[in-house]
Write a protein that binds this ligand. Structure first.
Ligand code: ZN
Length: 653
């Protein structure tokens, strides 16, 4: 394990101990083999001068909810050291009393709640204390005779603590074990099946002890075999079916991210995968993210999820005492036999965290198997952690439920105009949005976590197929399709229509939409509240002179939508069409087109702009709002409808 300490960077903190605490905490946080996504915690003991000029001994402890990789000074809570040490003398302390007493002892009421390990940090008599869930140490401890292995490796340099629940119980245990101990001979503490502490009065020494101890554990693991370059795979229709089954079990739509890398494919192909993967998590801390075990999927996808749900319910019944409320019984990760692993989560961030934990878990299980076998904590211990009120509080903090959270949308022609507004509205409402556009800059416009662009000419069927497959694989399914890509042909009377222009209009406005619907239906069939929204035109009901190529294509598109609504209703897929008009903030409406259209209606450009019944201007955003509403649950009982977004048109009304 690499030592990342840099004297030059550390020196910039000078004598500012808190700045130094932030510096070395971040070094720990940026190594995923030490801590993952908010795991681990660090502290600093120092003095604090209050407004009376009186000095108090204080511990700055990582605030709950902060991530060591990105922590700042404000992420540490200053708590009176003396109070925490006194708390450790209680025989028993409830979680609520512990949190309450810690809050009262805080010297800055704006600071976050102190970590649940604050008392344990307080009783370790060193200025700097570092705590991680280092993979290598936990892996060694999760093997048969793991405790002997750890003792043989470290000798008297570390104190070995059997597994107990984190929080007060663990602090109490360490306090008991260290009552008459000579701390000066200790470099660290190993918590079986949980993690490791290092400490020193010097920030650098504490950090380097952590790196040293973990490196020794790493070199004790047998080297990993070369897995070659075989990549796994999963059939996409089955992936979407699995995602829907998991979403139904959760009672809300989930994203599903597949990992078929050689390592994961190799793991999923092991004949003993079912046994080793279902023994329990790497560390109990992970259970709130990953649940205790994965779903194992072989042949029958929904059967596997049904069995998982039944097993979860039995596990809850077996260990729940009285007033606990069962969490949703859906799995958070799965193994696709011979293919790879899948992570399930509500948001891209959540699914990424789970995928990372799964990656480290798979590695740890295989490492432990090479050392004689993977041993996890008993179900009862995992249950206690999963339903620990302090852990549950971490998950629910600040979560706002956006209407499309967990849903996946595909928008064609989304790089500009109405399409772009649709992409932005859907993403702002919580959806993961994949955008197809002919404009290659679509990949740079949308490269964020909730918006992803694919350059694709929708008139090319094979390009459409591969873009849709890419979108489905990225998030595990598809729920909403907005068929928006279109062009407005140059104005020409029927007598003067250019053959090529006519064909181009049909190709883009009509045939491409047919490809997109045709190719997305197999996935929408397993979508959550699946919906297709077609962007038509006012011209369908009220055509204008000179717009033949455009109006005929849009009329065909509308008819396609009506037929699709009839054919797909049995699958629960709704198909509706919006008919915008006079949306002048799109690229279609150049000054030139505007002038021509105004002239055709015998109006000035200004008159033409405001020529709606309501006299109101219509923007791309207005259309996008209606598209979102139709795709959402408010319209769950509407299909085959045509909704104008035109400010009212006399010839249509
Ligand atoms: Zn811990």
């Amino acid at each position: 394990m690499k030592n990342l300490w840099n004297n030059f960077d550390a020196d910039t903190c000078r004598d500012d101990l808190l700045a130094l605490r932030v510096y070395s905490s971040r070094l720990i946080g940026q190594n995923p083999d030490l801590v993952l996504h908010g795991g681990g915690n660090t502290s600093l003991k120092t003095s604090f001068t209050d407004i009376f000029g009186e000095t108090q001994e204080v511990i700055y402890i990582k605030g709950s909810g902060w991530d060591l990789a990105t922590i700042e000074v404000s992420g540490f809570s200053p708590v009176r050291l003396e109070v925490l040490i006194k708390l450790a003398r209680f025989e028993f302390l409830s979680d609520a009393d512990m949190v309450g007493a810690q809050r009262v002892a805080m010297l800055d009421q704006q600071a976050p709640n102190p970590s649940t390990e604050a008392i344990l940090h307080a009783i370790i008599p060193f200025r700097f204390v570092d705590h991680t869930h280092a993979d290598a140490v936990v892996t060694l401890s999760n093997t048969p005779s793991g405790e002997d292995r750890i003792r043989n490796l470290y000798g008297d340099r570390v104190l070995v603590v059997p597994y107990v629940m984190p929080g007060f119980e663990l602090a109490k245990k360490v306090a008991d074990l260290t009552r008459d101990i000579d701390w000066s001979v200790l470099e660290g503490i190993v918590l079986m099946s949980h993690g490791i502490f290092s400490f020193s009065n010097n920030a650098k020494e504490s950090y380097e002890r952590m790196i040293q101890l973990v490196s020794e554990a790493e070199s004790n693991l047998k080297s990993r075999p070369d897995l070659g370059v075989v990549h796994g795979g999963i059939p996409l229709p089955e992936l979407t079916e699995l995602r829907l089954a998991v979403s139904r079990a959760a009672g809300k739509p989930m994203l599903a991210v597949f990992n078929g890398s050689p390592h994961h494919c190799g793991f999923a192909g092991r004949p003993d995968v079912e046994s080793i993967a279902c023994r329990g998590p790497l560390t109990p801390d992970h259970v709130i993210r990953t649940k205790r075990v994965p779903v194992i999927v072989g042949e029958d996808v929904s059967d596997a999820v049904t069995r998982y749900v039944q097993d979860y319910e039995s596990y809850f019944t077996a260990f729940s005492s009285g007033n606990l409320t069962q969490l949703d019984p859906a799995p958070r990760w799965g193994i696709w036999k011979d293919g790879g692993t899948i992570a399930f989560g509500r948001t891209e961030r959540e699914v990424t965290i789970i995928a990372d934990i799964v990656h480290h878990t798979v590695q740890a299980i295989e490492d432990a198997e090479r050392l004689g076998g993977w041993v996890a904590l008993p179900e009862s211990q995992i249950f206690a952690m999963e339903y620990w009120e302090l852990e549950q509080a971490k998950l629910n903090r600040g979560r706002t439920e956006l209407p499309f959270l967990g849903q996946v949308a595909l928008v064609t022609g989304g790089a500009s105009g109405i399409g772009r507004a649709c992409v932005e509205h859907l993403a702002a409402s919580g959806a993961q949005v994949v955008t197809l556009d002919k404009n290659p800059s679509v990949t740079s416009i949308y490269n964020g976590s909730s918006m992803y662009g694919i350059a694709c000419d929708v008139t090319d069927p094979s390009a459409v197929t591969s873009a849709i497959e890419k979108a489905v694989l990225r998030y595990g399914g598809l729920d909403i399709v907005v068929n928006n890509a279109g062009i407005f042909s140059a104005s020409a009377s029927v007598e003067n229509i250019d053959d090529a222009e006519w064909q181009r209009s049909l190709d883009i406005n009509l045939t491409a939409a047919m490809y997109v619907i045709k190719k997305t239906v197999p996935y929408l069939r397993y979508g959550w509240n699946p919906a297709v929204v077609i962007v038509g035109s006012k011209n369908v009901a009220a055509p204008g002179r000179g717009a033949g190529a455009y109006s005929v294509a849009k009329a065909g598109l509308t008819q396609l939508g009506r037929i699709a609504a009839l054919e797909l209703a049995n699958d629960g897929i709704r198909v509706n069409t919006v008919h915008p008009n006079a949306v002048f903030d799109t690229a279609m409406w150049t000054e030139e087109v505007l002038a021509i259209r105004a002239k055709q209606y015998g109006r000035t450009v200004e008159e033409y702009r405001a020529s709606t019944l309501l006299g109101l201007e219509i923007t791309s955003n207005h259309v996008a709002s209606v598209v979102c509403a139709i795709a959402g649950t408010e319209f769950s009982r509407t299909t085959g409808a045509q909704v104008p977004v035109d400010g009212g048109t006399e010839r249509v009304v």
